[in-house]
Ligand binder design. Structure first.
Ligand code: MLT
Length: 332
């Protein structure tokens, strides 16, 4: 909070712009709650590097990874009021601000990353941008950190194996409803408590991308990683509209170009790093249960009710757009 207060006003006020020669230099701020050695952290740094380079020294981006400025909710709020200029984070914690972001809570939606990325680059993201703006947030692009998968101390090869497993989830009602629908016993819990919860046995399982499972060393406390691929771990780059619109036009263009280039790089990083991350897990003695279409289909059929709930929450139109975009991407 102290750091946030000290940043207040840095961004929009004219007199804070430093003069170097005849040019204004703009000092901007970016944060994320993940460690730097994750695709989230890499996306953050790459965007900042590209933006600084494109601006030819007119923009300086101060970077705050690893929850230095608070958790995801606090950072998003600081972007809303312009104290932080940008954040890289997944959509799940944004549903409090932008309910339509829950579209990515739709479980078992994408059969592979190729389909997911085609959908993310299409009209669905354009529609979503319009829901962020009135909330004082600008959606600049969506990359991903791969799929969320389950890690567990119980082996899961078929749907019935999920019965009663105490799995930690984020505090997101759709995620909780999803795990209930497939027979598990979801327990929402702060991420910071998960490692100790697994160590002490208060939970049997958790779900996150392999990137996060490795960065947090959660695999040390788990016997299995089950490639359930149940939800895409989206990585949004969000900016403060007020701060961006206050920049000279040519620098605003740098922001949008840097966002596009950093998104493409983040996807490549996810692909390049995933095999290495799985090796780290295997070397530790944790067993990988590979993606299995029967399990995927069974989990999909069991969780249809969550899609209906989503229709009631955010409107059938948006959910139908997701359905049709998936169908289109699968046949392309
Ligand atoms: C969670 O499960 O709470 C998040 O995915 C963890 C993270 O943000 O790295």
């Amino acid at each position: 909070t102290c750091v946030l207060t000290s940043l207040t006003g840095c961004l929009s006020s004219e007199e804070r712009r430093k003069e170097t020669g005849e040019r204004d230099v703009y000092e901007l701020y970016i944060a994320c709650d993940s460690q730097e050695d994750t695709v989230t952290g890499i996306f953050m740094n790459t965007f900042a590097d590209i933006l600084e380079e494109k601006s030819k020294g007119r923009i300086i981006v101060n970077r705050y990874p690893n929850s230095q400025l608070g958790g995801d909710g606090e950072i998003a709020e600081a972007v809303q009021n312009g104290n932080i200029t940008f954040v890289v984070q997944t959509t799940a914690p944004q549903v409090t601000f932008v309910p339509e972001a829950a579209i990515f809570d739709a479980p078992m939606a994408f059969r592979n990353l190729e389909v997911a990325r085609k959908v993310l680059d299409g009209p669905l993201t354009e529609e979503l941008k319009a829901f962020y703006e009135p909330k004082n947030l600008r959606l600049l692009g969506i990359a991903d950190q791969g799929f969320r998968v389950m890690s567990s101390n119980k082996n899961v090869e078929q749907l019935s194996d999920l019965k009663g497993i105490k799995i930690r989830t984020m505090e997101n009602p759709n995620h909780i409803a999803f795990w209930k629908s497939v027979g598990a016993n979801p327990t929402p819990m702060a991420w910071s408590e998960v490692y100790i919860g697994l160590q002490q046995g208060s939970i049997d399982a958790q779900e996150n991308p392999v990137e996060t499972i490795v960065a947090s060393k959660v695999y040390e406390q788990q016997d299995y990683i089950v490639e359930t691929n149940h939800i895409l771990h989206t990585l949004t780059l969000i900016g403060s509209p007020n701060v961006i619109d206050d920049l000279p036009e040519e620098l605003q263009k740098c922001v949008y170009e840097a966002a596009d280039e950093a998104k493409i790089d983040a996807r490549a990083q996810t692909d390049e790093r995933s095999a290495g991350r799985l090796e780290i897990v295997k070397d530790s003695g944790t067993t990988i249960i590979p993606y299995n279409e029967t399990l995927f289909n069974d989990m999909k059929n069991s969780s249809e009710s969550v899609w209906t709930t989503l229709e009631n929450q955010i409107g059938k139109e948006l959910v139908d757009l997701l359905r049709s975009e998936i169908a289109k991407a699968e046949t392309e």
